[in-house]
Design a protein around this ligand. Sequence first.
Ligand code: SAJ
Length: 434
Amino acid sequence: MNAPFDAAAALARKAASHPAPDHEVAVIGLGYIGLPTASVLASHGWNVCGVDVSESVVATVNAGGVHIEECDLDALVHDAIAAGTLIAATAVPTASFYMIAVPTPLGAYNMPDISCVETAARAIAPTLLPGACVIVESTSPVGTTERVAAIIAEMRPDLVVPRDGFGGDADIALAYCPERVLPGRIVNELVHNDRVIGGVTPACASRAAVLYASFVKGDCLTTSARVAETVKLVENSFRDVNIAFANELSMIADEIGVDVWDVIRLANRHPRVNILQPGPGVGGHCIAVDPWFLVASAPQAARLVRTAREVNDHKALHTEAKIRALIDAVPDGKVALLGLAFKPDIDDFRESPALEITEALAHTDGHRLLVVEPFAETLPEALAATGAQLVTLDAALAAAEIVVVLVDHTAFRHLSPSDLAGKLVFDTRGMLRR
Ligand code: SAJ
C-alpha cells in the first residue's frame, strides 16, 4: 500500500530543492508587531529582512535604533543588527517565510481597509519560490487570507496556490496567525503566549507552525485560516463587550443614583461574576476597532458586538457631558484634566477617549483647561491652538477648581482626598477609590 501523500513534507522538500533565498524570513511592516517579531526571530537564529515603505524607519532600524517605544525592544533590535541577523529594506527580498504585519485600519462606515495587506501580497508574489510560506498576521476581516491567495494565484500562474479544501501538491503555503500581544509587554508575550495558526490547508498550517515553534514557548495550535481570522476578532470583541457591560452599568448607576464602583466590587464577590472596570470609553488601535471587522463579516448576526461598540463610543460623549455640567457649575474655574493616553502608563494616544473628550472640551473652553500627561512633552496637534495648557500635576492642582481623572497613570495614583479637598472631583476610572 502507498504511504498517504504528505503535503507539508512535500512543501519542505520543494523549499530545500531550490537555491537558498536571500533571507530565511521577510517581515513586511516594521510597526508595533512587525519590528518586535522580526527582532525576536533574528534573536532565535533566523536570518531576517524587515521591510517597510518608510525610508526613515528602514534607516533607523539599520542603524540599530527603534522608532516605537516598547519595553526591551531597543536592545533586541540593536543586538540583532549588530549580529547581522536582522537588516531592514524598502523592497521585498526572496525568502522562505514571509510574514505580513501591515496596518488594517477602519475605513469609511466602519468597514475594514485591507489595502495594505493586498499591496504587501502584490509585492511578495513576484519573489516567491516553490516551498515558500506566506503568513498574514495583520488583524483582518474573515476571508483575507483567501484574498491574498487569489492575488498570488493571479500574479503567479506558474505556481500551484493552495485553496480551501485543496488536498493536493501545492507549490507554496498560505496561513493566518494573529498577533495577540499587549502593548507594553509585546516582546515577552510574543514568546510566551499561545499562538493560533490557521492554514488555507492543513499542510499550510503545519509549514507555518515550523516558524512559530522556533521562538514561541506557549502552545502553537493549528486550525484553518478562516477560524484563525475569526478567533482574533472574537478575542477583542469579547473584551469590548465586557467593557461595554461595565460602561453601561456606570450609566445605569448614574441614573438610579448608586455608586457603580461599590456595585461592581460587591457583585464581583460572587464566585462566578467578574465585571470589568468602567472608564471614559474604550481606546487603542485594537479593542475599539477590531469588533467592527466582525460586524463587517456578518452584519445581520453581529448585533451584540455592534451594540457594545456603540455603548463604548457613547460612553465618551456621556463623560464629556458630565464634565461640561461641572464646568458650567463653576464659571471661570480652571479644570485639571489628568491623562490623555488610551490607557494607563503608555505613551499611545490612538483612539484615546481621554484625548477625544479633551479635544471636544477645548473647542469651547480651551482657556480653562490644564492638561496633565506625563507621557507627552507637548500637547497633541489638535489641542495646540485652543488655549489649553500642558502643566505638571502640582501646577494643575494648585490652580484648578475642578479635577477630572481621565487616565489612571501610576503618576496620579498617590493622590488622596486631602490633595483634592475643596475641589469638584470627577474620577472616570475609579482610581481614587482603590
Ligand atoms: N478598558 C476599560 N476597562 C477595563 C479594561 C480596559 O475601560 O476594565 C479600556 C482601556 O482603558 C483602553 C481599552 O479598554 O482604553 C483597551 O485596553 P486593553 O488593555 O483592553 O487592550 P489593548 O488595546 O491594549 O490590547 C488588546 C489586548 N486584547 C485583549 O485583551 C483581548 C491584546 O491582547 C491584543 O493583542 C491587542 O488588543 C491587539 O493588538 O489586538
